[in-house]
Design a protein around this ligand. Structure first.
Ligand code: ZN
Ligand code: ZN
Length: 378
């Protein structure tokens, strides 16, 4: 037998021994890996990627709880919450109603995958007032499960008794069906006055609730963005295409422990991120932008022989997986700069200017206002 023949024979016999008659074709399998979503630290805080609004089969979702942990791991999220409806259990004939169950079933897998899990629920009142998420609860089964409007106040109070962090979900979700529901209603004002409302969901799925952002900013509520996912994430988002991510809340926190997340939410250190856009308080959006965008010193200059004008060249670098689009408002330089994730653009500016003033149109610091961003020219 030739050497090659011996090799083949040897290989064939080895295969026969190890594969039990089954040939594996893993070429089409999803490569098991966690995607990185890279965002530099902001003011000494990590920028954690969080989704505080998700459903499973334990209410009206379509997946088992472990799937949410697998998705979160794969997509580079740090912290998630199961927020099953307290008052709405359409699968109750097939799945036993237990409002803690989805969270409890996911605890071990979350630990093994280094995903933070915040115990939560969705207080699902009729609209108005609508839905509220309560985070950091201890026992969902002790909350109100009857959606009679007379119990609205009690439903909130029971969550407050468990020291919950409460935010108003998708305030405009019934704007076309229930007149007056997308307003700063008395019930919510009372919650706010009594310090029982701490945040507001300004992005739900792929919908930006514009009025909610302004209400939140005017009242110093924590700005939140979530998926409110019921199906697979990959069913609703084009996950897998480069740069595509689910809607989430970026939380600037010391670490991913529940205590640090709570501190950050109480302090309002959040920015909602959905599609190409960032939504939040000016201070936090600015800090995030400052951490991500870097402008170098001029590396080249060119003189126009006819006009004698000197044009200077600079590099503008985006050190993050976020997306920024800048439109020039004042000064003489590049009119529009698109900073794709982890990339650099060239900026040109006429000599003799101290700065160029841009508007970052991929940010919302009010429903009708983008972040002003000055590039200092060195
Ligand atoms: Zn809801
Ligand atoms: Zn929901």
């Amino acid at each position: 037998m030739s050497f090659l023949g011996a090799m083949l024979f040897c290989g064939a016999s080895l295969q026969a021994q190890t594969d039990n008659g089954i040939m594996r074709m893993d070429e089409f399998a999803y490569p098991v890996k966690r995607q990185h979503v890279s965002i530099p630290n902001v003011g000494g805080f990590q920028v954690l990627k969080c989704d505080f609004h998700m459903h499973t089969v334990f209410t009206d979702g379509h997946v088992w709880p472990n799937v949410r942990v697998q998705e979160a791991w794969k997509e580079g999220l740090d912290v998630i919450s199961y927020t099953e409806h307290m008052e709405y259990n359409p699968h109750h004939e097939d799945v036993k109603v237990d409002h803690n169950r989805s969270h409890d079933l996911a605890v071990n897998l979350a630990k093994e995958n280094n995903i933070g899990l915040i115990k939560a629920t969705e207080i699902t009142r009729q609209t108005p007032p609508g839905h509220f998420n309560a985070l950091f609860i201890k026992d969902a089964n002790k909350l109100v499960a009857d959606n009679d409007s007379k119990l609205d106040q009690e439903a909130i109070d029971k969550a407050i008794e468990q020291d919950a962090f409460i935010f108003w979900n998708h305030p405009g979700w019934q704007v076309d069906k229930i007149p007056g529901s997308y307003e700063w209603i008395d019930f919510v004002e009372k919650m706010y006055q009594e310090k029982k409302l701490h945040g507001i969901e300004v992005v739900n799925g792929l919908g930006f609730h514009k009025k909610a952002l302004d209400w939140g900013l005017d009242r110093d509520l924590t700005i939140i963005g979530n998926t409110d996912i019921h199906n697979l994430i990959a069913h609703s988002y084009n996950i897998g295409q480069e740069g595509v991510h689910r809607t989430m809340t970026l939380v600037m926190a010391k670490d991913k422990s529940a205590a640090s997340i709570r501190q950050a939410l109480d302090a309002g250190r959040t920015v909602a991120w959905s599609s190409k856009y960032l939504f939040g308080k000016e201070e936090h959006v600015r800090n995030l932008v400052d951490a991500c965008i870097e402008v170098g010193s001029a590396y080249h200059e060119k003189k126009n022989a006819k006009t004698n004008r000197v044009t200077k060249y600079y590099e503008v670098k985006n050190n993050s997986d976020l997306y920024f689009e800048l439109i020039l408002k004042e000064g003489n330089g590049t009119k529009r700069i698109v900073l794709y994730p982890e990339s650099t653009q060239i900026l040109t500016a006429q000599d003799g200017q101290a700065k160029l003033s841009y508007e970052i149109v991929s940010t919302y610091i009010r429903s009708d206002k983008h972040l002003q961003f000055d590039i200092k020219l060195k």
